[in-house]
Write a protein that binds this ligand. Sequence first.
Ligand code: HEM
Length: 402
Amino acid sequence: MIDFTDRAFLADPYPTLNRIREETPLFAMEGAEGTSRWFLTRYDDVFAALRDRRLGRVPEPVMTREEVGLPPLRPDWKPYYDLERWSLLMLEPPDHRRLRQLVFRAFTPKRIEALRPETTRLAKRLISQVDSDGTFDLLSDFAQPFSVGVIAGLLGVPPEAEAQFLDWSHRIVKMYELDTTEDQAAAAVRASEEFDRWCRDLIVAKRAAPQDDLVTALCVPDAGSSALSDDEIVSTIVLLLNAGHEATVNALGNGLVAMLSTDRAWAAIRDGMVEPDVAVEEMIRFDPPLQLFERWVLADDVVYGGRSFARGEKIALLFGSANRDPRHFPSPDDFNVSRGDSSHITFGGGIHSCIGAPLARMELSVAIRGLAEAMPRLRLAATPVRDAAFVIHGYAAVHLTA
Ligand code: HEM
């Protein structure tokens, strides 16, 4: 029903998503691995599915991979599976609760607010380094070093390692697409091996010389929390480093392109008519950087979109489609910079909801404020070209003129 590799669809998926959502609340498609998945298109269903404990991120609590029709794990992909084994996104309670509580303490709105002055300094420094007379690429010249710098600082990763983990991260996230090629998978597996070794060295270093950072907190738990195994710490570091920048970079790219393509939206920020914190909600609703997450059905007779699902079936949640559902958002295809509606789906919901949401919101707000102050006449220098991926949805480059 949708060709997720079609360049025209990837360039602007919303006309297709809008048409299908209005035709049907759900549709089925075969996956590359031979199992079929059911796509939910409407806001209410996606919202409810994210919070439904009869649906899980992995089938294992109730069924084996073989029982749900997945091919056996590939021995040559073992380094990749090992790296993800203890990722929060692969866990269910009680392990999920134990790990999430520990990580969550670093991401409370209060702790994140305390990072704002330092994050603002980083944004200003990076903005002052871009070529303010000519054009620059928002993504590689600003958003990437900005987001990577923030998450690396929070975790306590040395700045000289940033380029390296960025490369590993880019290769690993290709495994989350619907159409990963063999070459991409092989590159992701190699990156997983290298990332794993590097994390274990980092753990040894933090234990030898503890610092006031998140990796130290994971390695050297205080009296109130239980110790994590090294495997758990490695998976958590990798998840935070990957999740901590990929989506935020694309959120800034997608959101700023939408803003600069809309009459008077940038002027409203620049002239102080709309606060950056308010604009951020519309930036991430309008064109979310993560378009799809999946769930396994863990019980029988689970009804969505008028269909009864059986244990072992797979459901895919279309975030971008839900965020443009006119049943929930008035005039959803209008980028309304002052809408300020934070009920969008972009950060998920339920037990796996984004732990980094306060950080991402703060980073985006700081970035917008910094750019508006330094570059009041900011505009698109060329029509930006989309990346050739659907799940992680962004641009290859966003050239701007200051
Ligand atoms: C605009 C940027 C971001 C977006 C759109 C985003 C979106 C999401 C979504 C949708 C989920 C839930 C996935 C699911 O339910 O299957 C999630 C989970 C998660 N995100 Fe984010 N995220 C962003 C930034 C961040 C940042 C900055 C971090 C911080 C390091 C982060 C860390 C995480 C973690 C650790 C999880 C797993 C939570 C769990 O399973 O309990 N994210 N994110």
